[in-house]
Write a protein that binds this ligand. Sequence first.
Ligand SMILES: NC(=O)c1ccc[n+]([C@@H]2O[C@H](COP(=O)([O-])OP(=O)(O)OC[C@H]3O[C@@H](n4cnc5c(N)ncnc54)[C@H](O)[C@@H]3O)[C@@H](O)[C@H]2O)c1
Length: 357
Amino acid sequence: MKNGKFQVGIIGCGGIAGAHANTYKRMDDVEIVALADIIPGKAAQFAKNFGFEGARLYNSHSELLENETELDAVSICTYNRQHAIPTIEALNRGINVIVEKPMSVTLDEAVEMVRAEKKSGKILSIGFQPRFDESMKFMKKVVRSGELGEVYYIQTGGGRRRGIPGSTFIEDKTAGVGALGDIGCYSLDMCLDAIGYPKPLTVTAFKSDYIGKNPKQYREADRFSVDDFSAAFIRLEGGIVIDFRIAWAMNVDTPGDTIILGKEGGLRIPSTDCWNGGFGDMTLYKTIAGCNVQTVLPTPKGGDCWYGKLRSFLEAVKNGGKAPVPTSQILYNQAILDGIVRSAQLGKEVEINIPEI
Ligand SMILES: NC(=O)c1ccc[n+]([C@@H]2O[C@H](COP(=O)([O-])OP(=O)(O)OC[C@H]3O[C@@H](n4cnc5c(N)ncnc54)[C@H](O)[C@@H]3O)[C@@H](O)[C@H]2O)c1
């Protein structure tokens, strides 16, 4: 810190960098000192838009990391295919990192990121802001309360009838994964975090691009080269299974609510388009004195997710604490995404093998 202020850089000055910028601007002890984007002029325009005129500007993550020797932290806001490389480079230079979700595209990349994190002794947190949403926090509390008993089955995912985002999200060379990496990682994180992130063992999966690649259905079909829908059956340690499906586009309104079945009770969480924040009231199912009952749980709404995500990261940086959204968990999330892609490509079940790190 310099003059009591965190020295922060932002790598990638696109859409989501704006959310990082607006959140940091609410913190008196943060100074945005450096910005990088590989598109000429984009960092300068970003500096102007967000009032970071004093920030030093760079044409790539490497140029920024080479020149900035006093950074406390960087926000890595590049597209998915450029998550691993800048993260590893920043950690190697002793800089704490918060990288956007999904952690990476492949499991191999995620493993290398964790290796760099361990070697550096610095913090690497993954940008899952829904963790700080009040509905999400309450859902976790309900599952952890023990009312459901031992959880053995989860149905999750969701998505939308039509809602392919466009931009850098739809091309393999930038995004690497489509709906799966964009919104699939959220619903998996919600459920896995609630049950303590058991290790994934196997997955059998399917993915498709029928709507994204159809020019009659999607305006940028010629550019579309990722998944618009996927479904998977995932086995976890402890005999738990996840029945998962996620869609940017499908010919139905929703593939269903999230359902968590335990030996003593069940929980229904109303489906959403995205799972990146709040949801409607949950329903708890129990059997009491032989009577099947269901209770609508008044589910809290709201929460300052973005502030929670970035502030908790900076507090960990300041106090030498643990990453608020740790790689020890998100590595499993990424291993599932990777397993889904591999299984869908091979057309059969695959094992999930996570190397020792
Ligand atoms: N947490 C959330 O709610 C949320 C929401 C949207 C997107 N995201 C994630 O944020 C990431 C970025 O999404 P976006 O919509 O901002 O994309 P975007 O394409 O608008 O922005 C990415 C920017 O990174 C730049 N870039 C790429 N590689 C670079 C490099 N090596 N060095 C410097 N700049 C580089 C690109 O030129 C581009 O300007 C994605 O991984 C996405 O999944 C998260």
